[in-house]
Design a protein around this ligand. Sequence first.
Ligand code: NAD
Ligand code: TYD
Length: 351
Amino acid sequence: MILVTGCAGFIGSNFVHTWLSQHDEPVVNLDKLTYAGNLDNLSSLANDPRLVFVQGDIGDRALVDKLLADHQPRAILNFAAESHVDRSIHGPGDFIQTNVVGTFNLLESVRAYWSALPAAEQAAFRFLHVSTDEVYGTLAPQDPPFAETNPFEPNSPYAASKASSDHLVRAWHHTYGLPVLTTNCSNNYGPFHFPEKLIPLVILNALAGKPLPIYGDGQQVRDWLFVTDHCHAIARVLEAGRIGETYNIGGWNEKANLDVVNTICARLDQLRPRADGKPYAEQITFVKDRLGHDRRYAIDARKIERELGWRPKETFESGIEKTVQWYLDHPEWVQGVTSGEYRKWIGKQYG
Ligand code: NAD
Ligand code: TYD
């Protein structure tokens, strides 16, 4: 079986759904269930015997040691992290604790487990670390997209904490021989995306008649990838990636934030027109820029295509269509995540 950390978050839960739709191999899930972790994301699998869920912290050595000894996974996929840039600006402490110290503790538990495996199992074992393109810093408009050879130049506390974790993973391979793989992916979107991030926030604010907040001039560029494409890429890297290598994953979909928001508004105008017949784009509101806001991210995803034959299937238009429709079709999920803690965050960030 495989062990997936952070399985109740956005990408982790999508990965578990994708994996179990294609494999019979069981999944042990470890998640601390922070504000971003939501078991509703896995509710359709609640009675699936291939799924074991354990609530806990990746940094809890005793718990992780026991999990590894009990379940003997052949691979570990580490999705668990604090993941929201704006929260890292308000409070970087949790990011250092989970992304840096937590990853260190996880690596130490995994190293002890892996070292004691019989030779054949040791050789087949993999530790796959899921990371972000934000470790590379920011690009000017004419710069080539990020390649795996770009230096790390993280600019936010989030990006710095993820860069640190990537360095730890690299060092555990180089020094101890742990068979690691690292993926650095661009911005994801799709089902189960917690609505503090741009795309789900805009869909839900639009439907609720609230302002659609655009930071600064809205000309910051991100390279958007539909989450299922990311999940397929991770499965492919696990299957055939070269040990010790990193693979950049991206959508070949660079878009300015304002264009993203206008695309969502146009889809909503067709699928769920406003009662007053006016366009949703009228709700767009320019707000104060994010501190240290990175101007542009873009991924050169040629290595994973050349070595592993992966390319994204969705275009931005097809992915946004599916995403908007998913939020319209799941009001009870939305209801569950937009109460309590979520309201506190929205009040703090947007006033
Ligand atoms: P998320 O915030 O939606 O989910 C993170 C999950 O990790 C949550 O379920 C949370 O409860 C869990 N978690 C947090 N701290 C934990 C801890 N100490 N121990 C165990 N579980 C813990 O994040 P996401 O968007 O699904 O991102 C998953 C991974 O992918 C992260 O490592 C992130 O850096 C990376 N990534 C995200 C994106 C993106 O666009 N969202 C892009 C590239 C890479
Ligand atoms: P986000 O979804 O937070 O992802 P990241 O910061 O990891 O790229 O933000 C995507 C882009 O959208 C980023 O340039 C910041 C911008 N943004 C807004 O303009 N308004 C918002 O309310 C949010 C949450 C983000």
